[in-house]
Ligand binder design. Sequence first.
Ligand SMILES: Cc1ncc(COP(=O)(O)O)c(C=O)c1O
Length: 363
Amino acid sequence: MTSHSAWPSHGGQASVLLDRFGLPAIQPLVDFSTNLNPLGPPDWLGDAIAGAMAGLARYPDPDYRAAREAIARQEGVDPNQILLTNGGAEAIFLAAGLQARGRAVIMEPSFSEYARACAAHGLAVTSLRLTPPAFDLDPARLDSPLRRADILFLCRPNNPTGTLLPWPAMESLLDAARQQGVTVVVDEAFIDFVDEPGEALTPLLAHFDNLILLRSLTKLYTLPGLRLGYLLADVQTVRRLKAGQPPWSVNHLSAELVAPLLGDGDFLDRTHAWLRGERPRLQAGLQSLGLEVVPSRVNFFLVRQSSGPSAGDALLGRLLQAGILARHTHNFPGLDGGWVRLALRGPAENDRLLLALAAREES
Ligand SMILES: Cc1ncc(COP(=O)(O)O)c(C=O)c1O
């Protein structure tokens, strides 16, 4: 590696990664580094945006009533349990703000924005490490961190591992947290990619007022530029969170798209059909090339070639030279660059990835 520039903070930052590897701009790169649905955005989106343009001349409803009612119908909760947010990212920062200058536990390796949000709100952070290769949670290890926390952040399904903490483990965790007065923030940004029904924790909101669920419409509908998400919690908590949110944080076009996006059942069915076909195929293909693959419940895989940070970098560099952008893991505590995250794409692109990896084997 010839450059000493920084690692990109998120997926999709091709120029930063190329610079890091001292490589010239390569066109075109296939992006396996962002966990976006290759089937989206839905094809009716442009017309819906055009139809909503006239509304840009007015302020949005500050309470986003129509959008919250659409979400409430879908989730089976009271509209007052919902706060519309400027992407899942804003929801993370609002949740951290609830316990400003308090103590947080972050289950890691996981999405880097929990730590950034905690730092922004002056929280002291302790990390609770999930260890490879299973990245599962031993409930016995929770007692002592919970005793020293005000808020716990975890991601389910987890980015970057693709694993899903089992429902019974979540119930015991929420119970233990409630006894210690700890708020539990569960980021469900990828929950729609789990094709077995009933895995979202929404029904637990009725039993645990210490639970906050975060959602994003970014990943499923391929809309990272739109900035649309929401959170679910008990009514009092939502009221407190809203008090910390800037007014009109969600723009009119985003708010107008909530109901039609959630109502597009056909898009979700097609997404699940793609996942059922491509996920086992890519997993088998990667394993047959000698890569260790963490079994995933969603639309990306965490893989490694062998242990040690340089193995991850070597894999990233070779893929870049083959025109493929993968996600490094240097900013995921506990992975430290030894692993690489690969998104699941369409069949032709997945084949291209496997071919590039096979060429790596032969050279
Ligand atoms: C786990 C997780 N939560 C939240 C987000 C942020 O989502 P959004 O783009 O809706 O802000 C991401 C984006 O990568 C993510 O991976």
